[in-house]
Write a protein that binds this ligand. Sequence first.
Ligand code: GLN
Length: 188
Amino acid sequence: MKKIGVLALQGAVDEHIQMIESVGALPFKVKRSSDLDGLDGLVLPGGESTTMRKIMKRYDLMEPIRAFSKEGKAIFGTCAGLVLLSKEIEGGEESLGLIDATAIRNGFGRQKESFEAELNVEAFGESAFEAIFIRAPYLIEPSNEVAVLATVENRIVAAKQTNILVTAFHPELTNDNRWMNYFLEKMV
Ligand code: GLN
């Protein structure tokens, strides 16, 4: 069974744990760098990227997560996780720099604090994915290394690069486990 960690400092942790179980993998909560040992993949959940970064720095997790990725292990970031994984964050906050694009935080504006959108995702075939966005970011300026997997109003809301998968929305808040399944089958 593949072992998938969920960074459990802040944010939507338990929902991801259930998603991981639902695709037949073994979930683990990650709170310190030694928790990464032996994992096959890692999820960075949604929440508040500024808070999450602070706690990650306090627990010296930034470098170990970068090293985990350099070893070829897969990482899936949702919402705040997308922000933290991006190469740059508009406004200049520090990020992990693992996906070659810039994140625009809260990119859909105040009038759209949260919304749902049907996404057509080539890898999922005909049936649309009902995505839940909460103060969602999006990506701009992806390099050629980045594959765009879904857009809303021409904004990039799902993408991957080698072993990094990001969504601006929250698949863990639905009953549709296709993103976690994709992560597990294609990337881990
Ligand atoms: N807007 C938040 C941030 O930039 C992300 C929101 C979320 O994860 N639901 O950190």
